[in-house]
Design a binder for this molecule. Structure first.
Ligand code: FMN
Length: 298
């Protein structure tokens, strides 16, 4: 069996999840190819993917304003129509376990259907926020630990042919459509990005921007109109020197290390995290069979 996974990841969470999928599938003797969507769309002169070669195609993305990022939608629009029905699956990550996030796949499913793909499975994992607020190392570790443990099970489900779908909230379709204003808003806000005096002109942001939206003209950084609001530049800047326009108060700088922390760290959002994530963690434990009699905790 040959599986292709094409993904976009702004700050690495989705990449981590997709790589785990690839490893697990390879262990199950599946032939897996993984492509970064930005490489296919922007960094190659020719379309390097021959979708006909694959028995299944997976699309991976982070949820942005309850939608898939515009780069992912553009990618699916570029996919050729299959003559025979092909199988597809979706993998997404989001900062919160909100049911509303599930509407992010509506557009992708519709586009895939038009191209004669049946989406048989959809998998979602909570990963730490890359905007709004920084999670503690313990929260980041817990989220990744559950995702990492669930992925082998989800790979089994995928290969078994059992279909899975995430439930939508009522009015999901119009809501997703309304929230897609973020694609436009992100581009407008992206033009308001600025670099602060902390900048050492290492030009890392220029090199890593997925849409090549950051350039230097006459020694000044210019932010163009193709920002995806993926946060990669601001998140990875070693000097925390990028100001992200209207959302600067929500900036999260610096990668998560996903290791189990050795020291206790104060969680400034403790009450919120308890309310927002406890049910998700309990569901993960239940799925992993760790809550057989609800007293057994991980
Ligand atoms: C512009 C933007 C919008 C986001 N919108 C949502 C959202 O609607 N719901 C949510 O739970 N998380 C949201 N997030 C958080 C990301 O989905 C989450 O942190 C994800 O794991 C990031 O993945 P990545 O590192 O692969 O980019 C948003 C992040 C960004 C940057």
């Amino acid at each position: 069996m040959k599986v292709l996974i094409c993904y976009f990841s702004g700050t690495g969470n989705t990449r981590r999840v997709v790589n785990k999928y690839a490893d697990c599938l390879k262990q199950k003797e599946v032939d897996v190819d993984v492509y970064k969507i930005e490489d296919v769309l922007y960094n190659s002169n020719q379309w390097p993917v021959n979708f006909d070669e694959y028995d299944m195609v997976g699309i991976g993305y982070p949820v942005h304003a309850f939608n898939a990022p515009s780069i992912v939608i553009d990618f699916v629009k570029h996919m050729s129509k299959q003559t025979n029905e092909h199988k597809a699956f979706i993998i997404n990550t989001s900062g919160e376990p909100l049911k509303l996030n599930n509407i992010s796949s509506i557009k992708i499913r519709k586009l895939l259907k038009k191209r004669n793909y049946e989406v048989t499975n959809e998998f979602h994992y909570c990963m730490p926020y890359n905007i709004i607020f920084r999670h503690t190392d313990l929260m980041a570790y817990k989220m990744w630990n559950y995702a990492e443990s669930l992925i082998p099970m989800d790979c089994d489900t995928l290969l078994s042919g059992n279909k899975t779908k995430l439930g939508y909230v009522p009015m999901g379709r119009p809501l997703a459509c309304i929230f897609r204003v973020e694609h436009w808003g992100g581009r407008v806000n992206g033009k308001r990005y600025k670099v602060s005096e902390n900048c050492i002109k290492c030009q890392m942001c220029v090199k890593i921007c997925p849409t090549h939206n950051i350039t230097i003209e006459n020694g000044e950084f210019k932010f163009g109109k193709n920002c995806l609001m993926c946060m990669r530049c601001a998140h990875l800047c070693s000097r925390d020197a990028i100001k992200i326009g209207w959302f600067n108060k929500w900036k999260v700088n610096g990668t998560y290390n996903f290791q189990k922390p050795t020291e206790e760290e104060e969680n400034k959002h403790k009450r919120y995290c308890k309310k927002a994530y406890e049910r998700y963690f309990t569901d993960c434990e239940r799925r992993l069979g760790l809550l057989k009699n609800d007293k057994q905790k991980k």
